[in-house]
Design a protein around this ligand. Structure first.
Ligand code: UN1
Length: 508
């Protein structure tokens, strides 16, 4: 392990080349796309972006593969996912290292992301025998009323840099057991992890005698994603990214009556009440706010603390923040890696400036730390006390800034909590059952995820993941999220010799 400033891009290039070799990824043909590492900001290698014709051909192959895949029994389809899960287990460290190199996540979080992939694979394998429809009592004698869930078609997956592998797996493992095929457009920031996942999945398919064409990878900038979004052969577009991206995607998919599953921005808050266990709350808050350098969609961005506990809570949080090691994410013991790029850093600076103009006071952090290169952006996570929930606080800045607001009664806290356009994740720290239940009630948190005594990030795959309002309304991963990946047929079967009409209609 080296000092941050001694890190050389040549070493990281070698590391990337070795890990790609271990993952069985052929060196890609050089091209106009650049794979960088935020660790130094330097270039790892270049690769070609998909052309319009290649995107078209990939969708066509996925569409053709779907015609056959939809007739393979779901438990058999699960064999691909089972094999993928085994390959991911075998290559957990390799893929984790690639995530660290390309997204800048610390090792434990990068490996955690791969674990999340394995978890969702296991979920999907079990699900393959539980794609249940309902049977309802028919109002007519001699009739059966039921529903059947059928494969939907080609699923276009658009994913973001910050969870370059787990979000792909949530979508792909579920889509495949549901009988869909996948065309994946990863973030152009993380093309290598995409090559690795694509390679592992195609290998899994071949290993179990399934058609590897069930998965297609297209790479490139926004135009590549737009082509996917506009193609009528793509039945579902599952897109993770910014609200702005969702605002572009949703109307275009709607215009062709395609389906959308959107996972957009969050502006997640935690309420800390006077009865909270402050030690536990501090640990939950610090992981959620500073973890992944504030670059999770579930990152804690707003702390709404009761006036009576704000001071002792902030003391604990700032002393924990001072101990956070910021640095090379490959190094053990480092807890905060780099921001992904210059734009992320500029966004953080601009937000901090606006917060100060609004009367905010920096409690701790916010400074840039010298890295190995001027293109590497390491910052100390910031805590900023705000006099009010001003415009900058209501926006999602994808960087480690925790805004702190205080409240006097819980109704006021819940109102502040919900007064942002986003609705992904939320939590309350309290030992008072009334307060906890009030937060979880219909007129409590308006988010898709509402937690008690844990932070806003780090959801398990077993639940449905997603949020309301500008977060986009989509649900992925566990529970019955699979329904978004299938089409429902309602079946009425008449096994009598009569033809009674519904609603008692007589037509004779
Ligand atoms: C994301 O940031 O896009 O709940 C997904 C979490 C992770 C997933 C985050 N399981 O923080």
């Amino acid at each position: 392990s080296h000092a941050l400033t001694d890190l050389a891009i040549s070493e990281l290039r070698e590391l990337a080349a070795n890990v790609l070799r271990r993952l069985g990824v052929e060196p890609p043909e050089p091209g106009e796309l650049t794979a960088r590492t935020p660790i130094t900001g330097g270039e790892l290698l270049t690769l070609r972006a998909s052309t319009t014709a290649e995107v078209d051909a990939a969708i066509a192959r996925a569409d053709t593969a779907f015609r056959a895949w939809r007739t393979v029994p779901a438990p058999q389809r699960a064999a691909v996912v089972r094999r993928l899960s085994a390959l991911l287990t075998e290559h957990l460290d390799d893929l984790g290292e690639l995530v660290t190199l390309e997204a800048g996540k610390i090792g434990p979080e990068a490996r955690g992301e791969v674990q999340e992939m394995i978890d969702v694979c296991e979920f999907a394998i079990g699900l393959s025998r539980q794609l249940y429809g309902r049977t309802m009592p028919s109002e007519r004698p001699g009739h059966r009323l039921m529903e059947t869930w059928h494969p939907l078609g080609v699923v276009g997956v658009i994913s973001a840099f910050n969870f370059p592998v787990a979000v792909w797996a949530w979508n792909t493992a579920i889509a495949l057991v549901c009988g869909d095929t996948v065309v994946w457009k990863p973030s152009e920031t993380t093309p290598l992890t995409a090559l690795a996942c694509h390679g592992l999945l195609r290998r899994a398919a071949r290993d179990v005698g399934a058609d590897p064409e069930v998965h297609q990878l297209i790479q490139g900038a926004a135009a590549v994603g737009e082509q996917l979004v506009d193609d009528a052969r793509v039945a579902l577009v599952s897109a993770t990214g910014s609200v702005r991206m969702g605002q572009l995607v949703a109307p275009r998919v709607a215009a062709r009556f395609g389906r959308c599953l959107l996972e957009l921005g969050g502006n997640n808050a935690a309420i800390v009440t006077p009865s909270a266990d402050l030690e536990l709350a501090t640990r939950g808050i610090v992981f959620a706010a500073a973890g992944t350098a504030g670059q999770r969609c579930t990152t804690l961005r707003r702390l709404i603390a009761h006036a009576d506990v704000a001071e002792p809570l902030l003391d604990r949080i700032s002393s924990a923040y001072r101990q956070l090691r910021v640095g090379n994410p490959l190094e053990e013991g480092v807890l905060v890696g780099p921001l992904v790029d210059a734009r992320a850093y500029d966004g953080m600076r601009a937000a901090l400036d606006r917060a100060l103009t609004d009367g905010g006071e920096v409690v701790c952090g916010g400074e840039r730390i010298e890295g190995p290169d001027e293109n590497a952006f390491y910052v100390r996570p910031a805590v900023v006390r705000m006099p009010a929930q001003t415009a900058v606080v209501r926006e999602e800045t994808f960087a480690p800034i925790l805004y702190v607001l205080t409240y006097h009664d819980l109704e006021e806290a819940i109102e502040l909590h919900n007064a942002v356009p986003q609705g992904l994740s939320s939590s309350i720290f309290t030992q008072n059952q009334r307060e906890a239940e009030r937060f979880l009630a219909a007129d409590g948190s308006d988010c898709g995820i509402a937690n008690v005594n844990i932070g806003t990030s780090g959801a398990e795959i077993g639940g449905a993941f997603g949020g309301e309002k500008q977060t986009g309304g989509g649900r992925e991963s566990g529970s019955d999220s699979w329904k978004a990946y299938m089409r429902r047929a309602t079946n009425t079967v008449n096994y009598s010799t009569e033809l009674p009409l519904a609603q008692g209609i007589r037509f004779e």
